[in-house]
Design a protein around this ligand. Structure first.
Ligand SMILES: [Zn+2]
Length: 218
């Protein structure tokens, strides 16, 4: 369901953690990948029809901090290797890091285009072709800039046994969600790539309008 909005100027941190659990593991299987052997777990939300996938590796119950990422689905970047954004390389880098350390997890959240859905995302891309930036494009379509919620992703990480994490993210809202959910961040691992001609504007909006920690963007 897309929430209509007239103008989005503020960026709020709201993380709701109910007492009882709101996600449930449905299945868990082995997943051999280009980056080595992983496991894949499927979770369903108990309060909505949202589904989550978690790809993980190694013993996550020990008190050793494991590398972790909450990755929001980006069909264009993750599957079609679009160079308009940095999502594809971020996901790949996260999986490589986990493979190297022998432990860790990526929660893959099905919230395409920061929650607006793939069709709206393509509409926004069309507006960007005419010169709008990512925030303006969403606003012109009457859509929120960012509809994502991370509480259930954090619940999944805790369900896997994680207590301490090395969190691979540049997004302050995700970092706050991890802390609010009671996980200890031992280290914030930047997951950043040199801006290209294609990603320059996108990354600059992320840094200067959405507050992402991007040291390579000037
Ligand atoms: Zn993307």
């Amino acid at each position: 369901m897309i929430k209509e909005t007239t103008k989005v100027t503020t960026y709020k941190f709201t993380h709701f953690y109910p007492e009882s659990k709101t996600v449930e593991k449905v299945a868990d299987a082995r997943l051999p990948t280009e980056f080595g052997e992983f496991r894949i777990a499927g979770y369903k939300s108990l309060i909505s029809d949202e589904e989550f996938v978690c790809v993980y590796k190694g013993d996550l119950n020990e008190n050793v901090a494991a590398p972790v990422r909450i990755h929001s689905q980006c069909l264009t970047g993750d599957v079609f290797h679009s160079t308009k954004c940095d999502c594809g390389p971020q996901l790949q880098h996260a999986m490589e890091t986990i493979a190297k350390e022998g432990r860790g997890a990526v929660v893959y959240q099905h919230q395409e285009g920061r929650g607006i859905g793939i069709l709206n995302k393509i509409k926004a891309y069309a507006l960007q072709d005419e010169g709008a930036d990512t925030i303006e494009a969403n606003e012109r379509l009457g859509l929120e800039v960012d509809l994502r919620e991370y509480g259930q992703c954090v619940e999944i990480l805790k369900d896997l046994g994680l207590k301490r994490v090395k969190f691979m993210s540049n997004n302050p809202e995700k970092i706050q969600a991890i802390k609010d959910g009671g996980l200890e961040i031992i280290e914030r691992v930047p997951i950043e790539f040199e801006p290209s001609e294609d990603t320059e504007n996108y990354l600059s909006v992320k840094k200067f309008q959405m507050g992402h920690i991007l040291n390579l963007v000037s």
